[in-house]
Design a protein around this ligand. Sequence first.
Ligand SMILES: [Fe+2]
Length: 248
Amino acid sequence: MIDIHTHILPKVDDGPRSWEESLHMLRLAEEAGTRTLVATSHQPGGWRGPRPPLPAVYALVEELNARARSAGIGVQVVPGAEIYLTARAAELIMAGELPTLNGTHYVLVEFGFDSWPDDVERSARRLVEAGYRPVIAHPERYRLLQHAPDRVHVFLEMGCLLQINAGSLTGRFGREALRLADWLFTRGLVHCVASDAHNASSRPPALTLARQVVASRYGQAVADQVTCSVPAAIVDGRDVAQAVRRSA
Ligand SMILES: [Fe+2]
């Protein structure tokens, strides 16, 4: 499996607090059957801190991979970011100053949980028009969409992808998130599932249980697509259209 949304780099956001915890998380991911993780620290601004410049993010990913190899952990970490989408953030993405998912045209974006900036749709559209493919992080957790799920079509029609959190499928983020995740899955609108891992305990990098839930409710083929083939296409920068059509 490939996990495109993890807070795995130490001490840059609200993810792990040490290299040891990062390595512990990687061990858990390996045991759970994940082979590649995208390090998607919060950007811009880290977590209430200054924005780590691109070379710093790449250096941390390289160091984490080196430490994992020395520790005998057989997973690969690639660079990325979870970008809070604003007009300014879209500018920074287009200027090449914020990490995309493994350097591809796919870019993981998040919105506010309770409300969005007025220009969020326009910013997403600008990215699409500039050749990027925004992947919307955990849409099922946004209250605005929980109350008006049809609003998601604006983003889908412009070419955005949807990433559901594993924890939403297991009830960790409440009944409303579970209900919206189901609404999206039953309509074939989900592109991938990721852990959004933050630590080794309460929010670990595990996709296994969510994958089982998807397989039992929506079929094994869909489970494979959302945890394997579509995330693989994303980190390779390939088109996901075929996989999306099959899951519809
Ligand atoms: Fe996240």
